[in-house]
Write a protein that binds this ligand. Structure first.
Ligand code: ZN
Length: 224
């Protein structure tokens, strides 16, 4: 179905205007793509960029203004909230001197190779130029996300200690599993992954002595 619609864009001149016209008209493909993206989204259908708000829009990672023939290409579609899609990213698609995209593409790259989350401040820092551009273009350090991450870190430490306590009691294995699943389904799960990736030598300093034993057990069960 998507290939047929790409053919329509091609036949209409492969322009940005043609891509926008066909995309607007393509009700059935959009319904299918959105349903599939929603089934792949994290937790309660969170935005694939900020992991905070409900994913409402199909974002073209490579915008129609840059690549009209990728309007209907499956791996150019990501589920984004309206703020990330319409206020933050919009048609931004920075490239280097060789034309290589300077945004982390989460369909093929591990964002953790380019970005570093500072747990106490809730701010993202960059490891690479791609990471730097990604933070800027997606607004990953906007005030509401930073405040949300700080709260999420506080709650994740508390939930981890609760999970650890339940793990110690054989009778509560199912409840421990439920707490773990809720933690993994919650918004800002990048906090949990950043905690699991902490250098073991720094973990006690970052999460505190009360939480570090829980984090060590978490890593042995869920990995880093
Ligand atoms: Zn978002």
């Amino acid at each position: 179905m998507l290939q047929n619609w790409t053919g329509r864009v091609q036949a209409a001149g492969a322009t940005t205007e043609a891509a926008r016209t066909e995309w607007t008209a393509a009700k059935a493909p959009k319904r299918h793509v959105k349903a599939l993206l929603e089934s792949m989204a994290h937790g309660a259908v969170r935005c694939m960029y900020c992991d905070d708000s409900r994913g409402t829009d199909i974002d073209h990672f490579q915008p129609l203004a840059v690549a009209p023939l990728r309007a209907f290409v499956w791996d150019n579609h990501l589920l984004a909230c309206s703020f990330c899609n319409s206020n933050a990213k919009r048609d931004a698609y920075p490239v280097d001197a060789d034309g290589v995209c300077l945004l982390v593409d989460p369909t093929v790259e591990d964002p953790a190779e380019h970005l570093f989350l500072m747990l106490h401040s809730g701010l993202y820092s960059h490891r690479t130029a791609k990471g730097e551009h990604t933070i800027r273009v997606f607004g990953l350090n906007r005030a509401d996300l930073v405040a949300g991450r700080k709260d999420a870190f506080c709650l994740a430490c508390s939930n981890l200690r609760d999970w650890h306590g339940l793990q110690q009691d054989d009778d509560d294995g199912l409840e421990a599993d439920r707490v773990a699943q809720a933690l993994l389904d919650s918004p800002f799960v990048d906090i949990v992954h950043a905690m699991a990736r902490l250098d073991p030598g720094l973990a006690a300093t970052v999460v505190g002595k009360r939480t570090v034993a829980a984090l060590e057990l978490w890593r042995s069960v869920y990995g880093s």
